[in-house]
Design a protein around this ligand. Structure first.
Ligand SMILES: [Mn+2]
Length: 331
């Protein structure tokens, strides 16, 4: 576990010192980057630049299409630049994860530069990436922590920065409807609106700009629905063939796993996505089942209500193993 000490001011201040003292900063985040990861990444970078820092963003994978609008004309640096950037940086910041499995392509550089690494994360599971780790599992989003960090440093926050943070916080709270929506979240959201964030425009960019190929893939996923354990466990499955047939891409499955939670009585939902020789597994839980525990058994991680893992193997075999673990967790 990476967690230095929960909710203590000292790890937070250590990260703040690291950022304050750095001239060149490089920021990165996890694979399969989501709104919280990318919003936090962009916001911290822009605030750092506004404070006079030389700051770069880097990703281990191409930027997911859905979140491109956050970055305007800019794009994070690609993976093949990471080792050089890391070596030249004074501070190497990882946001929204401290799990090595989620940072795999960057891991060698992160280890080689360990003394410069600082982590801002809100996940309950993770690895020991750095001694300078601010981990707060009570924070609904890395975006909440990033906003607090920018304030602590006294760095400027313009509208694009506020909107990136709003995307981070809104997406990780399911647009303020998950049970992680607390007073701290709504206080930040209110302040970001005061700084010019426009929720209606951000919502349209995020959720009303899909490709038709994605909707056809969603239809295939819904068509695959199975209900197990007396309707408490919902299962969706997408094989390679579904992508070929619909023309959709792997990143377009995001959020599909939430759909079966609309069904009364469903306690947990899992989607299996065939992705080359690996199967991507995403898990969601309504309230009772700890899906992070299931994911951990397969070297994954996440939160009690939202977790995932990637498993090498064939679809039928992986399904059987993970569903057995899910059924045991539901009992
Ligand atoms: Mn997050």
């Amino acid at each position: 576990m990476c967690c230095v000490s929960e909710n203590s001011a000292r790890p937070r201040d250590a990260v703040a010192d690291c950022l304050r003292n750095a001239r060149k900063i490089v920021i990165t985040t996890h694979l399969r980057a989501d709104g919280d990861a990318l919003g936090s990444l962009a916001a911290l970078c822009w605030a750092a630049r506004a404070a006079g820092k030389d700051c770069r963003m880097a990703l281990g994978e191409p930027l997911p299409r859905r979140y491109g609008f956050i970055f305007g004309q800019e794009r994070p640096e690609p993976l093949d630049r990471f080792a050089d950037l890391a070596a030249g940086a004074d501070a190497l910041v990882v946001v929204d994860t401290c799990a090595e499995a989620q940072l795999q392509p960057m891991l060698e550089s992160l280890r080689a530069n360990r003394a410069k690494v600082a982590v801002i994360d809100h996940h309950a599971t993770g690895d020991d990436l750095s001694d300078t780790t601010w981990s707060d599992t009570t924070a609904a989003a890395a975006g909440v922590m990033t906003a607090e960090m920018i304030d602590l440093l006294g760095w400027p926050m313009d509208r694009p920065t506020a909107e990136a943070l709003f995307v981070a916080i809104a997406t990780d709270t399911g647009w303020f409807r998950y049970n992680n929506t607390d007073a701290r979240v709504l206080a930040q959201a209110s302040r970001l609106l005061a700084l010019g964030a426009r929720p209606n425009i951000l919502y349209t960019e995020l959720y009303h700009c899909d490709r038709v190929e994605r909707i056809r893939l969603l239809a295939a996923a819904l068509d695959s629905l199975e209900l197990l354990a007396d309707g408490q466990l919902a299962v969706l499955t997408l094989a390679m063939d579904d992508f070929v047939r619909t023309g959709a891409t792997g990143e377009e499955t995001e959020e599909f796993v939430n759909e079966p939670l609309r069904i009364a009585g469903v306690e947990a939902s899992v989607i299996f996505v065939e992705d080359g020789e690996r199967i991507r597994v995403s898990l969601r839980s309504r309230s009772r089942v700890d899906v992070a525990q299931v994911a951990r058994r397969f070297s994954g991680g996440g939160h009690a209500r939202a977790a995932g893992c990637r498993i090498v193997g064939d679809l039928a075999n992986v399904k059987e193993r993970v569903l057995n673990a899910c059924l045991a967790a539901i009992k």
